[in-house]
Design a protein around this ligand. Structure first.
Ligand SMILES: Cc1cc2nc3c(=O)[nH]c(=O)nc-3n(C[C@H](O)[C@H](O)[C@H](O)COP(=O)(O)O)c2cc1C
Length: 354
């Protein structure tokens, strides 16, 4: 019985980890919502789905918005019938994979644009219980009608406390509006908290390693960020000594170490980055593997910076300190320009830069 409960608990935990992902679904006729989607996905980790009408080249605004009006009237006349909704290109999405869904749509005649309504008519039932965020762009009209459409089409969604309204004239400022909104709704993108990633860089070469779940990997991760000297060892290793001891337990794994392996040599306490393969050795515990930039390991020299990428620590709102020298990275570990707004990983922490 106990084992069954433990198994169910583990299964639930692993399913929660799989589901903790974000989908951004957008439709854009004249490009505003597309720009908003880009501003959003440069700040959070998400899969992106663009909704496209099946019939191409239609001009919804022509003749006093005649076609746009006609599409909405058809929906309003029979909102429960699939044939009321304009056809869209088939989409390939497994909604079970996502816990957060952010819808970005234009407003048409104070309602949700018709092609987005089609998508939600087809998939809204599968979004029950998911966290739903809504971003609406209009020229000037208020968005309560779009919110009502969204609630009709995803009746069992768990809506964030407020939607975001971005007027066409504000689209150039979308990054700031989106970042403020993410903060207001306390959005947490859980994608990056499932795996620990670290970045090792000497300023010229940068390598991203994905860590395993062992106690040694967690111990190293907890020490970050570090600035340490990198040393040559043998003809296949670069090594460094963390300032404090990396602890390890019986869960740690010995095994073959192909090029790109990150390991702890526990007898000496040094971390090893392999650029040539090594055999299994007693007390040599695998911490992870390079997922980007492995070719750069052999060239690392001097002082290296070791820091968390997409850090699992909480999101904090900060204003950059004057003269702040540390570098910022996006959630994929790419160096970002000084002054970048939104979510930036700095000193191993995920920060909200305003
Ligand atoms: C058919 C149609 C109807 C629209 N109706 C309204 C409206 O009632 N009120 C408004 O403020 N904007 C209206 N707009 C303007 C769009 O909501 C606005 O330009 C929006 O930013 C467009 O987003 P997009 O560039 O992603 O398509 C309408 C646009 C179209 C094409």
């Amino acid at each position: 019985m106990k084992r069954t409960i433990l198994f169910l608990a583990l299964l639930t935990a692993s399913l929660a980890a799989v589901k903790a992902k974000t989908l951004v679904a957008y439709y854009s006729y004249t490009g505003n919502c597309k720009a908003i989607a880009n501003a959003l996905t440069s700040q959070i980790k998400a899969d992106v789905l663009e909704i496209q009408p099946a019939e191409k080249g239609l001009r919804y605004e022509a003749n006093g918005y005649a076609l746009g009006t006609q599409l909405l009237e058809a929906i309003n006349a029979n909102p429960d019938k699939a044939s009321s909704y304009p056809a869209i290109d088939p989409v390939s999405v497994t909604l079970a994979d996502y816990q957060n869904i952010i819808i970005i749509t234009p407003l048409w005649w104070s309602q949700m644009a018709a092609p987005m309504q089609t998508f939600l008519f087809n998939y809204g039932a599968q979004m029950a219980g998911k966290n739903i965020g809504l971003i609406v762009s209009s020229a000037s009209s208020g968005i309560s009608g779009v919110e009502a459409d969204c609630k009709r089409l995803i009746p069992d969604g768990r809506y964030y406390s407020k939607s975001l309204w971005i007027r066409s004239s504000q689209v150039s400022n979308a990054a700031t509006l989106v970042s403020d909104w993410l903060q207001q709704i306390s959005f947490t993108d859980n994608n990056t908290s499932d795996t620990m990633k670290i970045r090792v860089s000497d300023g010229t070469n940068a390598i991203t390693f994905e860590l395993n779940e062992t106690s040694a990997a967690k111990s190293l991760y907890a020490m970050l960020p570090l600035e340490v000297k990198v040393e040559n060892y043998s003809n296949n290793e670069k090594i460094f000594y963390p300032p404090t001891t990396v602890s390890y337990g019986s869960d740690c794994i010995e095994g073959e170490c192909p090029a790109g392996t990150l390991a702890l040599f526990s007898p000496w306490g040094n971390v090893v980055m392999y650029y040539g393969a090594a055999s299994r050795y007693s007390g040599l515990y695998i911490l992870g593997k390079a997922i980007e930039g492995a070719d750069g390991i052999r060239n690392l020299t001097g002082t290296i910076r070791v820091e968390a990428v997409g850090a699992a620590s909480g999101l904090r709102s900060v204003k950059p300190a004057a003269g702040s020298a540390s570098r910022g990275y996006d959630l994929d570990g790419r160096l970002v320009a000084e002054g970048k707004k939104g979510i930036v990983v700095r000193d191993g922490r995920k920060l909200f830069m305003k």
